[in-house]
Design a protein around this ligand. Structure first.
Ligand code: ADP
Length: 491
């Protein structure tokens, strides 16, 4: 933290109603934020609890009228200030993110730019919240449709994208005229608090953007999902927790958006450009040490090219450097915790015992600039079958299981044989194959000859048990708007 240019980006307290809450209401307790590369305590932060979450909802409710009655242009000016400040402080925000989350610095700075791009996008998109006029069934009536902000939005976000998951939600909410209460993951509160500091500097009024940091996920989660003043709840995280939170939201019929788990297939057909597929697979699998919900989870390769692809892919992955994310040249940082490493290792060992062949890695990584228990070697398994645990579960680590298939229909069937439906990728050149597979995949997002697909202009989201709602794009505001029908009669 010594190297930050602007040390006041480092905050230790929840940000509620424009104030830094000096102590959590839970008997002044603190919790530690730890660098996953070294296990060093970076800083202690105050531990907010249920009462603080209630305070934040109250603040957001109090600020709603003022914020929602601003014009979209006025909101856009403030959001653009926020975007500019995030980009001006990209280096510091990236460093904070790497320190608390582990991803390599270049990737962390990329996340800051990605997160900020949603703020820029929605600042503009907020100006285009159009209504409708509809021809009425009788001549003495007029039908008009207007869009209005849903109200107070609450969110819970995970540790894998400490900035961007909040930015994607808050940007759309604020642009639509909603106010926002976010609870970031306890592993990564610092990026969220730095965003709050910059929101304040941008001129976003007190109560519009609130961040509650606290270890009592369940207690705070109950407030955010059940408080009568919260109109909408948005979550990114695991499918299991998402289901619990949807159930909690049901008690007061809140609108919900869910970005849940994935099991992304990456399919390579015989006619694919193999070098391009290798490059796409490396990026889509190994960024963030494999800890993203759209990371490739299974590589399905058509038999004719299975050996060639596996050899080229293994050679490319073997070059990836594992280590502390602050060290130059590192591509794979630590995983979030040693227990995450143990879970991934268990999946790998179970698959080997079930008949998979280890092509690369398969153990904890020894690194000179971090603690071994938190790093896992980039790993490749071949001769995997779709029913092995490594293919059926979300791996969330730097491991690629390779499964070979014969026909196009086999590939589609295997790809769809999961409860998840977030992202899928495939590489092919034949236009017929491309259309049939693109339409046949039961996924919300499909990368065709592309391994990195997410950006602010495109709708991000899943089908099946990967969730509901879309973030980014012209569709992303819909989740934060109500449609109101005005019937004008007696004309
Ligand atoms: P991850 O493996 O990414 O942490 P989780 O779904 O476990 O995925 O967690 C996502 C977010 O949800 C985290 O911020 C976590 O603290 C929070 N969380 C986990 N369980 C609950 C719960 N029962 N109620 C509210 N929030 C929860």
């Amino acid at each position: 933290m010594d190297k930050l240019n602007d040390k006041s980006l480092l905050k230790q307290h929840s940000y509620i109603n424009g104030q830094w809450l000096n102590k959590g209401k839970v008997d002044n307790a603190e919790f530690s934020v730890v660098n996953p590369a070294t296990n060093e305590v970076l800083i202690k932060v105050s531990n907010a609890g249920v009462a603080d979450a209630e305070l934040a909802v109250k603040a957001a409710k109090g600020a709603l009228k003022g914020w929602s009655s601003k014009s979209a242009n006025e909101r856009a000016v403030l959001l653009r200030n926020w975007f500019n400040l995030m980009m001006q402080h990209q280096d510091d925000l990236g460093r904070i993110l790497t320190l608390e989350q582990g991803k390599p610095l270049a990737e962390a700075k990329g996340e800051i730019a990605y997160g900020a791009s949603f703020i820029e996008w929605f600042a503009e998109e907020g100006k285009r919240v159009y209504g409708d006029t509809i021809p009425a069934p009788s001549s003495d009536k007029r039908i008009i449709v207007i869009k209005q902000p849903v109200g107070v939005v609450a969110s819970i976000t995970p540790w894998n994208f400490p900035n961007a998951m909040i930015a994607r939600k808050a940007a759309a909410a604020l642009a639509a005229g909603c106010t926002f209460v976010g609870r970031p993951a306890t592993q990564t509160p610092l990026s969220a608090l730095a965003m709050a500091e910059l929101a304040e500097r941008a001129g976003i009024p007190a109560g519009v953007f609130n961040i509650v940091i606290g270890e009592d996920a369940k207690g705070i989660g109950k407030v955010l999902t059940q408080h009568p003043d919260v109109a909408k709840f948005t979550f990114t995280g695991s499918t299991a927790v998402g289901k619990t939170l949807i159930a909690q939201c049901a008690t007061s019929v809140k609108k919900v958006s869910m970005e849940l788990g994935g099991n992304a297939p990456f399919i390579v057909f015989n006619d694919a450009d193999i070098d391009a597929a290798v490059e796409g697979a490396v990026l889509s699998k190994y960024r963030n040490a494999g800890q993203t919900c759209v990371c490739t989870n299974r590589i399905l390769v058509q038999q004719g090219i299975a050996r060639e692809f596996t050899e080229k892919f293994t050679a490319a992955v073997a070059k990836l450097v594992t280590g502390n994310g602050l060290t130059d040249g590192v591509f794979i940082g630590p995983m979030i915790s040693s227990s995450a490493v143990d879970n991934v290792n268990k999946l790998v060992q179970d698959s080997i015992n079930a008949g998979a062949k280890l092509e690369l890695g398969g153990a904890k990584a020894q690194v000179v600039d971090g603690v071994t228990n938190n790093f896992y070697q980039p790993t490749i398994l071949s001769q995997v079958t779709n029913d092995m645990p490594i293919a059926a579960n979300e791996i969330f680590g730097p491991v690629s299981p390779i499964i070979s298939f014969e026909t196009e229909q086999d590939a589609i069937n295997m790809a769809n044989d999961t409860e998840y439906g977030l992202a899928a990728y495939f590489y092919a050149r034949d236009i017929g194959v491309i259309w049939r597979v693109a339409e046949g995949l039961e996924y919300g997002m499909v990368g065709i000859n592309e391994g990195l697909i997410s950006n602010a202009a495109a709708p991000f989201g899943g089908v099946k048990q990967s969730g509901s709602g879309r973030e980014g794009s012209k569709y992303g505001l819909d989740d934060y708007l109500e449609t109101k029908y005005l019937c004008m009669g007696g004309l």
